[in-house]
Design a binder for this molecule. Structure first.
Ligand code: PRP
Ligand code: URA
Length: 212
């Protein structure tokens, strides 16, 4: 039983339905990319529920009034390369003024340890709300490392959004970074001996970019 204060597992039927389509090995790259974007939007909708609002004056065609606008810190979206890139456009369609940084990591296929090859984040990262994106949370090594690097760079207010997680990855991430809220489309059964999520969807990067 996964019971962490910082874990939010999505229950929305649309998310569950789209994840099933994503799992299907017959779903081609074009549809796969569209689904990743759509699911990212739906998870972001949940993950932005706590954004603070403030009052703003606005003139409608009828009268002047006071209405709500988001009074948040500025947002930074940080996809973990490669597969996290597939979620960026969906989030940007909701929050077009967000800045985008990148953390490049790949898993060593034997040790499953993350290897860093790129890191660039927007300026003033310490005063931004940071949303880290990766469709897959498997061992949790990549997510923990990415968040370690972001905290070293000054990030303080961090959320992590993923589509499919393994219980092992959820435990590792939620325990390593209890201050980070983790939003997850679904938690699957387990990892296999190669570190792949079961039943999962296979290799997310390969399916998004049509490699392999
Ligand atoms: C995948 C995925 C995550 C990571 C998850 O990336 O996109 O970043 O694996 O695994 P973990 O939780 O065990 O660290 P991968 O290393 O395959 O790189 P890629 O996106 O460049 O293909
Ligand atoms: N990365 C993926 O893309 N898929 C998995 O199942 C595990 C890690």
């Amino acid at each position: 039983m996964l019971n962490y204060d910082n874990l939010m597992v999505m229950t929305h039927p649309l998310i569950q339905h789209k994840i099933t389509l994503l799992r299907d090995k017959n779903t081609g790259s074009k549809q796969f990319r569209e689904l990743v974007e759509e699911i990212a939007i739906l998870i972001a909708f949940e993950a932005t529920r706590d954004l603070p609002l403030c009052d703003a004056k606005v003139s409608t065609p009828i009268c002047d009034t006071v209405s709500k606008v988001i009074d948040g810190k500025k947002l930074a979206i940080i996809p973990i390369l490669r597969a996290g890139l597939g979620m960026v456009n969906g989030i940007l369609s909701l929050m077009p003024s967000a800045k985008v940084g990148h953390v490049g990591l790949f898993r060593n296929e034997e040790t499953l340890e993350p290897v860093k090859y790129y890191f660039k984040v927007p300026q003033e990262i310490s005063s931004r709300e940071v949303v880290v994106l990766d469709p897959m949370l498997a061992t949790g090594g990549s997510a923990v490392a990415a968040i370690d690097f972001l905290k070293e760079a000054g990030a303080k207010d961090i959320k992590f959004l993923c589509i499919i997680a393994a219980p092992e990855g959820v435990r590792t991430l939620c325990e390593a970074h209890p201050d980070v809220k983790v939003y997850c489309g679904i938690v699957d059964e387990k990892l296999n001996e190669n570190g792949y999520i079961v039943p999962g969807l296979g290799d997310a990067g390969d399916r998004i970019f049509g490699t392999k």
